[in-house]
Design a protein around this ligand. Structure first.
Ligand code: COA
Length: 162
């Protein structure tokens, strides 16, 4: 049976930190589905279509990775895809409490699904999407932290904003 995992997040936008995790997870699982969570209460810089396009383009070199969008409870989505695992990255101790709580709840409500945590390469531990958006706002080049398509889209978004 195929071992499928889902890798959920907001991905606003996807960064090299996310890609590092998914590249490593793709060597362990038969198939990974990166799922872009749509949360109507959360304001995002990029629309779900833009986030989907950026993620698909950035992951096209990984043949066993698919990209999808979901709204609702993650464990229900994971079950609908026959996934056995949820993948999350833990970059620092500060991520742990929140991730631990969500993982415990997900394992309670979807008991056959286990969360697996990846520790990112240390060169990405300080990265998050808010920092990338902030740097871009001030016209700082973020090319070394994000895929080419993301860098281009950020430049388009923020051009002449300040
Ligand atoms: N490299 C770089 N940045 C990373 C990263 C990595 N490896 N891993 C996480 N991040 C950053 C993200 O860029 C994001 O940064 P930002 O807050 O500055 O934008 C931040 O860490 C949060 O990560 P994200 O993956 O987007 O998590 P989230 O907390 O927004 O999303 C969901 C969590 C979508 C998985 C969760 O809310 C969910 O499952 N929602 C569906 C409803 C549900 O089932 N809830 C569960 C109840 S128990």
């Amino acid at each position: 049976m195929e071992k499928i995992a889902v890798y959920p997040g907001t991905f606003d936008p996807i960064t090299n930190g996310h890609i590092d995790i998914i590249e490593r997870a793709a060597k362990i699982f038969d198939k990974i589905i990166l799922v872009i969570a749509v949360n109507s209460k959360k304001t995002t810089m990029f629309t779900e279509e833009e986030r989907l396009e950026m993620a698909k383009d950035s992951l096209k070199h990984l043949k066993n990775v698919e990209v999808d969008v979901f709204q609702g409870l993650l464990v229900n989505y994971a079950k609908s895809q026959n996934a056995v695992s949820i993948i999350r990255g833990i970059r620092a101790v500060s991520d742990f409490d929140y991730e631990f709580q969500i993982a415990l709840m997900n394992s309670k409500i979807g008991n056959e699904i286990s969360t697996i945590f990846f520790i990112p390469n240390e060169k990405y531990t300080y990265l998050n999407s808010t920092i990338i958006r902030e740097l871009s706002l001030y016209n700082q080049d973020v090319g070394e932290f994000v895929p080419q398509i993301v860098s281009t889209k950020l430049k388009e978004k923020y051009q002449n904003k300040i």
